[in-house]
Ligand binder design. Structure first.
Ligand code: URA
Length: 240
């Protein structure tokens, strides 16, 4: 079930404010009955919603940005662990979104969730080289030699040689603050890249994926819908 004003706004009938005016005007019907209350919940899969007697086509796509907190796993369901989908409101969960790629249980930050399989595939395809940027705290002193090693590519524990990655030292010391940008997504990649140079990641947060930075106003565990502009950027529609 989701609110009628949200449903209509999602389907392109205007902003929530504009949709409220439509409702007030008495042009919206649910199962043949005029509905004026924006707070009414409808089930778009089971009920027929019309605007000016025209049936509203149920648009199934949803695009969310979450600031993933530590302690939850990037999956849709799990018998034991809490998942990122468990953190969603029921009115968003009914669209069956899934996480676009994975962050480790102890990693925080930007996680996109959608039910648009084509977009997810585009973002995750190794051929597309979508850059992902992480903030990390490293146990140990990160040096310019490490920056050069990441630029060349390092050899992971399974023999895989990583593509060039950009390592930026924000502050170097016994513990170092860094930013790393990679264009691939191997299992535990950032942690294993530091392991390859003899260092350990003690904190990891994703702050950007492709053209989309994490909305820093989101507290860990909070999420919001992507704006139309953000969706267009992700789909690469800005380049057309
Ligand atoms: N690299 C990691 O090691 N962990 C993540 O969660 C993401 C990238």
């Amino acid at each position: 079930m989701l609110r009628i004003d949200k449903l209509l706004a999602n389907m392109g009938y205007g902003t929530r404010k504009e949709v409220k005016k439509l409702l007030k005007a008495g042009v919206v019907k649910v199962d043949g009955t005029i509905v004026k209350d924006a707070k009414i919940h409808v089930d778009p899969k089971a009920q027929v919603v019309t605007v000016w007697e025209e049936e509203v086509e149920y648009k199934p796509f949803i695009y969310l940005m979450m600031n993933k907190p530590k302690g939850v796993i990037s999956a849709t369901e799990d018998a034991v662990e809490e998942t990122v989908v468990d953190l969603l409101e029921e009115e968003d969960r009914i669209f069956d979104p899934f996480p676009v790629g994975r962050l480790d249980k102890d990693t925080e930050g930007l996680l996109l969730l959608t039910n648009d399989g084509q977009l997810a595939h585009q973002l995750l395809s190794p051929k597309k080289h979508v850059p992902k940027t992480y903030e990390a705290i490293i146990d140990g002193e990160v040096t310019e030699a490490d920056v050069a090693a990441f630029q060349r590519g390092v050899v992971l524990d399974d023999g895989y040689e990583t593509k060039p990655a950009e390592l930026v030292i924000i502050r170097s010391g016994l513990r170092s603050d860094v930013q790393v940008t990679i264009t691939e997504g191997k299992f535990h990649q950032i942690k294993r890249m530091f392991q390859a140079i003899g260092k350990r990641v003690v904190y990891l947060k994703r702050i950007q994926m492709g053209p989309i930075p994490l909305d820093e106003t989101l507290e860990p565990g909070e999420y919001r819908e992507l704006t139309d502009e953000e969706i267009a950027l992700l789909k690469g529609e800005d380049k057309k």
